[in-house]
Design a protein around this ligand. Sequence first.
Ligand SMILES: NC(=O)c1ccc[n+]([C@@H]2O[C@H](COP(=O)([O-])OP(=O)(O)OC[C@H]3O[C@@H](n4cnc5c(N)ncnc54)[C@H](O)[C@@H]3O)[C@@H](O)[C@H]2O)c1
Length: 280
Amino acid sequence: MSPLDFAAVESVKPALGRLKDRVALVTGVARPRGVGAAIARLFAREGAAVCVTDMVPEVRARAAEIEAAGGRALAIEADLTKWPAVEKMTAGIIASLGRIDILVNVAGKSVPPRPAFSDMSLEYFDMVMDRNLRTAVHCCKAVLPEMLGRNYGKIVNIGSTTGVVGVYRHCAAYAASKGALTAFGKALALEVGVHNINVNTIMPSDIDTGDAPWKPGDPARDLGLYAAHLAPAIPRPVRSEEVAELALFLAGDESRAVTGASYLIDAGVTLVEGMVSGPQ
Ligand SMILES: NC(=O)c1ccc[n+]([C@@H]2O[C@H](COP(=O)([O-])OP(=O)(O)OC[C@H]3O[C@@H](n4cnc5c(N)ncnc54)[C@H](O)[C@@H]3O)[C@@H](O)[C@H]2O)c1
């Protein structure tokens, strides 16, 4: 993201230091307009030291941008489906920064191709489950011992509307992985609440991350194409920065009594009866 775009995000609200002195680990932070990058930038603006991780090297550019904007960031390239890599990553963060206060599990797989179930290979199913569920389970397992030892922790999982409602055809594997992630978060919240650790899930609908058929800055196209196949109450896609604002609430102390919750952020798309199917 260019410094200009960073300023656009900053213009939403002045930074209030809501994560001052916190150490956050955010996964899935390679793509400039992705959800992970938006969360990492906002958390850094709010005072957190942000460890950003992804399986692709572009994550280093995201950390460099945060540092250039005056934040603190550490980039780690790791395939989070591999337990030894996750163990090594968290041990390294704790050794250099002392602790991990906040974990945001963003890493996942949401983009096409989405095969019909009858055409879907079992290898595809395993890959989607690994990327969306196993990555988060690994990260939770790795950070929890240290959080439990300090009786403090905030875990935020990025699920999806597809984990609770149909929305699209041809997303059985993705829906299964995201539904499981939401259920996992609730069960984990029940176990760790006594240790002052909150676990919550954000369930977005389509997010404008640059891959969608609409083009930002073209309102007619936005409304036409988006409304044509999804018809949300608020006729536009959700933006990565808006998901980040909700993640900030759940990572901050204002949400201390909130745990095991699952929040839709979907512009009201799941309110609408008789949705027309998206592109097949
Ligand atoms: N984009 C949407 O419309 C949308 C809607 C609902 C939910 N979501 C969810 O939000 C999250 C972010 O979405 P996005 O569109 O920004 O996605 P994205 O593809 O930009 O980001 C996901 C990142 O996760 C990384 N990743 C995948 N597998 C990994 C692994 N094994 N180890 C480490 N990193 C890995 C990818 O490299 C990628 O950078 C995802 O979990 C996605 O499922 C997205």
